[in-house]
Design a protein around this ligand. Sequence first.
Ligand code: FAD
Ligand code: NAP
Length: 271
Amino acid sequence: MTQTATATKTLVLPDAQTVTSVTHWTDRLFSFRVTRPQSLRFRSGEFVMIGLMGDTGKPLLRAYSIASPNWDEELEFYSIKVPDGPLTSRLQHIQPGDEIILRPKPVGTLVHDALLPGKRLWLLATGTGLAPFASLMRDPETYEKYDQVIMMHTCREVAELEYGRQLVEGLKTDELIGEMVEGKLLYYPTTTREAFHHMGRVTDNLSSGKVFADLGIPGPMDPATDRAMICGSLAFNVDLKAILEGWGLREGANSEPAEFVVEKAFVGDGI
Ligand SMILES: Cc1cc2nc3c(=O)[nH]c(=O)nc-3n(C[C@H](O)[C@H](O)[C@H](O)COP(=O)(O)OP(=O)(O)OC[C@H]3O[C@@H](n4cnc5c(N)ncnc54)[C@H](O)[C@@H]3O)c2cc1C
Ligand SMILES: NC(=O)c1ccc[n+]([C@@H]2O[C@H](COP(=O)([O-])OP(=O)(O)OC[C@H]3O[C@@H](n4cnc5c(N)ncnc54)[C@H](OP(=O)(O)O)[C@@H]3O)[C@@H](O)[C@H]2O)c1
């Protein structure tokens, strides 16, 4: 269910931005859009600190990937709802017209600048790790830099894939980017705990060669042509890194671009 802002309120928080719409996808996932500070410039894939004013009068801030592309006039975020989470137990109740705090200092490693030029770009995510790729998939630069872009997203259940599915579906008819995406973006969503047409962990589907066979593309990854960006739980990131390194790809950074980059989708090991 999506709600849209109809009225503007006076901004009272430091670095305040106004919520313009909220969409609840499941009982643990929602997305929302906020006004964008005029001065905020960011590279698609970066994250910022956002939050609410805490009970003690101090801002309660958490890292959030910007899910919208850098050309969008608003900012979009894709969020978990942690039942007892200090921030998201409250953030999940925001409504259009409410304010959030947004520190306008974007940073992060999931950016084009941290990768050497290549031909195929792999975007590999679990859960809300999709967020930075929701930005990159909507950025024309992604399709200018690569011949093929493959988005692998895995969640436990089908409903958890819906935000990403609708986003990819919408790209085909997008006025700005539709033609660039056509034939270049391959989308490979899978589940692990509910029946779906494609199932299995990203790691297993890469190691077994299943994803290459299913998409009819050559495998495994080749350090000369393949580039990858990884965003999921710590365990996911660690396991995937080992697979890519086994294929000869090296981890890069803003200061030293290489064949793949990694960022944690969250810190911690359980809700
Ligand atoms: C670089 C970076 C980017 C991030 N980007 C996003 C984003 O785009 N969207 C988003 O929802 N979160 C993102 N996070 C996580 C976010 O910072 C918060 O942890 C999250 O909003 C929960 O905040 P909280 O205060 O409610 O609970 P916290 O005290 O922060 O977390 C409580 C526990 O919940 C679990 N958890 C937290 N976040 C997630 C998650 N996203 N998915 C699954 N389990 C989680 C962890 O086990 C954690 O220990 C990011 C984290 C980092 C480090
Ligand atoms: N998703 C839910 O419905 C749900 C509900 C209530 C609470 N929680 C809690 O929320 C926390 C986060 O849950 P989440 O579902 O967002 O994230 P998650 O547990 O990291 O799982 C997301 C996806 O990543 C896969 N995965 C996990 N570890 C991996 C690895 N090392 N390599 C490759 N793939 C891996 C999972 O596959 P597998 O299924 O094979 O592990 C799953 O498909 C967990 O602590 C969980 O207990 C989740």
